[in-house]
Design a protein around this ligand. Structure first.
Ligand SMILES: C[S@@+](CC[C@H](N)C(=O)[O-])C[C@H]1O[C@@H](n2cnc3c(N)ncnc32)[C@H](O)[C@@H]1O
Length: 206
């Protein structure tokens, strides 16, 4: 049962994502999980940021597993096309404008398409983080933003434990700023909060 909204946009929670991606110790075959990925805006943002950060060779081997409880998001991810409101934070922000020019194409109908080099990095699967088994393990990073807000405390803690089990040692977990109450946060014996100067919550697996 979906209890969250489904709205998303490119470069949401940008500072936290930058901080998280800069804290990862990248392996030769990096794996990321974007859990609650909506229509792909978050995993494609991560792929764009990584194209700018890691070596060509590591980027070639990068895989981003994007999952959501809504199956139809798979089709939108496959087409990789978005409307103005979804790309505004990359298109109209001076800091990001060059990324918009580099990684998006404008279609005849006025929508925007993520270039194939970025689209190829993201693989979608339907997955309910509350009940389904994780789709892989040994992740360098898991991003689960703006998903936890309608989970109760027991569910949040259960999902944190699930993420802990499939992150590689010292792997990075990113959630959104709304989980700042002590009882909503990941347990301190499992995760240590890093990047304390950004509002998003970024943790390293202990
Ligand atoms: C508000 S959107 C956030 C999208 C993106 N993570 C972001 O930060 O922009 C929340 C997403 O979580 C998904 N979702 C809700 N409950 C879920 C669950 N139990 N398992 C997986 N995804 C879920 C929704 O379908 C929706 O796409």
């Amino acid at each position: 049962m979906i209890r969250t909204g489904t709205v998303s946009y490119f470069f949401r929670d940008q500072k936290g994502l930058e901080c998280a991606l800069d804290s990862v110790d990248w392996s030769a075959n990096p794996k990321i999980w974007s859990a609650g990925c909506s229509a792909g805006q978050e995993p494609f943002t991560i792929a764009i940021m990584l194209a700018e950060r890691i070596t060509v060779w590591k980027f070639k081997n990068l895989r981003i597993f994007a999952t959501d409880i809504v199956e139809k998001f798979g089709q939108r991810i496959a087409t990789g096309t978005y409307k103005e409101t979804e790309v505004n934070a990359v298109k109209t922000n001076e800091e990001n404008e060059h990324l918009f020019k580099k990684y998006f194409e404008i279609l005849d109908d006025g929508r925007y398409e993520v270039i194939p080099e970025i689209r190829r990095k993201v693989v979608f699967a339907r997955n309910d983080v509350l009940v389904d088994e994780p789709i892989s393990d040994n992740f360098e990073m898991i991003s689960c933003k703006n998903v936890f807000e309608y989970f109760n405390i027991e569910e949040k803690q259960r999902v944190y434990r699930k993420f802990y089990d499939v992150l590689r040692p010292e792997g990075i977990l990113m959630i959104d700023p709304k989980q700042r109450n002590k009882e909503y946060e990941p347990p301190g014996n499992l995760f240590e909060r890093i990047c304390k100067d950004c509002v998003e919550r970024v943790y390293r697996k202990r």
